[in-house]
Design a protein around this ligand. Structure first.
Ligand SMILES: Cc1cc2nc3c(=O)[nH]c(=O)nc-3n(C[C@H](O)[C@H](O)[C@H](O)COP(=O)(O)OP(=O)(O)OC[C@H]3O[C@@H](n4cnc5c(N)ncnc54)[C@H](O)[C@@H]3O)c2cc1C
Length: 509
């Protein structure tokens, strides 16, 4: 019998990689969603030519579907293949930003690719420490490209060396910002702030074509689909499509029932279905149908600013990328005992689009003005630790979907306000005018930095898992996605999910 890995997203490929490296047989299961043929053709056509030869019309057609998504839906490549519509998974998805994926590669087909390891202090209350994760960050970074450079952020995140890594070229606006912050080093450190270039899971071959939020035609932004394609060449790896509905553990195996009624048997099962689908599977397999789970969120907000200085060139002309350019970490116990993590964006096509949509109807013929203003916009997206964020309670409805209920956290408003003030001070140091009135908090779950529903504990009680992600009472079923994280630090989630999945795959008996 083999090990069964449910899911081919970042956590699934990471656990599979570790199991295969130990000489084990792996069967991977996922529902098999892939970019549809016509969209793939459009993508291939763009990728076959130099971005400098693309017409304005080519680009407009490539971008248009992304401006036209239903609320809560994230689309790339003009397709919804990577995100399940909210109502398919959740009864009343309106107030929840989180969604599931049924695609090969999961949500990493859509992600922003920001990657940081955890800071040791932020996981001091976990049953495993940074030394347990560090070798697995390194192992994952063998197949996950991590762009970036050695800079002021390194002392906070020594778990992954940035020596010899290739940085993406930041936009001229980001270069100005970094230079200005460098000149204000002392004031920056008095504010408890650390700034540096982003760490992104992007291949250094990037063409700087600026289509990051519409789908990279060449696939330079990492998707777990890439690692999945590599795994398929391994002789001990097998793959099949199917949707897991529930599992049942027996003395010497686990039986997994698929939605077509078929049953698969495996020595061990590694559940990497993403936190919503894993919750569904876990609750449907629980002997007590009234059981519920509580997801921990890392809430986020957007703070726009305008730059007063002149930039050497426009932010929307090649070469450019529209992923986050700079990370700012706020480290001040008066705001939080944990880091507040901010990502700085200096341009994407939604800047102008959103300004025109929001304001041009109030001021006729003002679109050119908003377009010009958008080019001066700098947007910070800041994330809070789960200790200051809301929870999403989940129970199973009779129709198999999840019933979500948001439980707000009394600390969120205060910590967000303090983090906003501090970020605004940092922005001012860099010559920006922060637009605090325009601050916008994201819906609960919409950061997609969510997990901790069956948190790992040294001595797990009901509703918790052991340090190999095994829920209390089970010995052959491991939850290896974010479900088993004890908490959600603010500093990006996926790299740590991958390292933890790799750790579990390495240590499992
Ligand atoms: C727009 C967006 C931006 C993001 N940006 C970032 C970022 O910059 N940095 C960061 O750290 N994180 C980011 N994230 C979050 C990141 O994408 C997720 O943390 C990551 O994809 C989780 O990986 P996973 O393998 O645990 O789950 P998923 O990626 O959700 O993969 C789940 C897998 O399980 C399969 N599956 C689902 N249900 C079943 C089932 N019932 N049976 C069998 N297989 C099943 C799916 O097909 C898929 O293969 C972002 C997410 C989004 C949507």
């Amino acid at each position: 019998m083999t090990d069964l890995v449910i899911g081919s997203g970042p956590s699934g490929v990471s656990v599979a990689m570790a199991l295969l490296n130990r000489g084990r047989q792996v069967l991977m299961l996922d529902p098999g969603g892939r970019l549809e043929a016509p969209a793939q053709d459009r993508r291939d056509k763009l990728a076959a030519s130099d971005p400098d030869t693309w017409s304005v019309d080519d680009q407009k057609k490539w971008q248009a579907p992304q401006f036209d998504t239903p609320p809560g839906q994230v689309r790339r490549f003009g397709s919804d293949f990577a995100m399940v519509p909210g109502a398919d998974t959740l009864v009343s998805p309106e107030r929840i930003g989180l969604r599931a994926s049924h695609a090969v590669g999961g949500l990493s087909n859509l992600w922003g690719s920001a990657v940081l390891p955890n800071r040791a202090e932020d996981i001091a209350d976990w049953p495993i420490g940074i030394d347990d994760l560090a070798p697995h960050y390194r192992a994952v970074a063998e197949f996950l490209p991590v762009s970036g450079q050695q800079d002021a952020l390194q002392t906070l995140f020594p778990a992954l060396s940035m020596q010899d890594r290739v940085p993406l070229t930041p936009s001229p606006q980001a270069q100005q910002l970094l230079q200005r912050l460098e000149h204000q080093k002392t004031s920056l450190s008095e504010l408890g702030a650390h700034a540096g270039l982003t760490r992104l899971a992007v291949d250094p071959g990037c063409q700087y074509c600026g289509q990051c939020l519409h789908g990279c035609p060449w696939g330079y932004i990492y998707s777990a689909q890439k690692t999945f394609d590599d795994l398929r060449h391994h002789s001990a790896f097998q793959y099949r499509t199917g949707l897991a509905r529930r599992f049942e553990e027996h003395a010497d195996h686990v039986a997994v029932t698929l939605d077509n009624g078929e049953t698969l048997q495996a020595t061990r099962v590694f559940v990497a279905a993403g936190v919503l689908e894993t919750a569904r599977l876990f609750l449907a397999s629980s002997p007590d149908p009234t059981t519920g789970l509580q997801l921990q969120d890392s809430q986020h907000f957007f703070l726009p600013s305008l730059h007063r200085w002149l930039a050497p060139r426009r932010p929307d002309q090649r070469p450019y990328h529209t992923l986050p350019q700079i990370f700012i970490e706020l480290d001040d116990p008066e705001i939080s005992p944990h880091l507040v993590h901010a990502q700085i964006y200096t341009w994407n096509e939604f800047f102008a689009h959103d300004l025109i949509n929001s304001y041009s109807s109030k001021l006729p013929r003002s679109a050119p003005l908003w377009r010009r203003l958008a080019r001066r916009l700098i947007v910070a997206q800041a994330f809070l630790h789960s200790a200051h964020s809301a929870w999403i309670n989940l129970t199973l409805a009779a129709d198999g979907r999840l019933v979500p209920t948001v439980k707000s956290n009394d600390e969120t408003a205060t910590v967000m306000e303090q983090a906003t003030s501090r970020l605004a001070q940092v922005m001012k140091l860099a010559g920006l005018i922060p637009l605090r009135f325009a601050r916008r908090p994201g819906d609960v779950g919409s950061s997609f930095h969510v997990g901790g529903s069956v948190p790992m504990a040294k001595a797990p009680s009901a509703g918790q898992s052991d340090i190999l992600g095994r829920p209390k009472g089970l010995s052959r079923v491991h939850l290896v996605d974010a479900s088993s994280l004890p908490s959600i630090p603010a500093t990006t989630i996926t790299f740590s999910v991958m390292a933890n999945a790799h750790r579990i795959g390495t240590l499992t008996p």
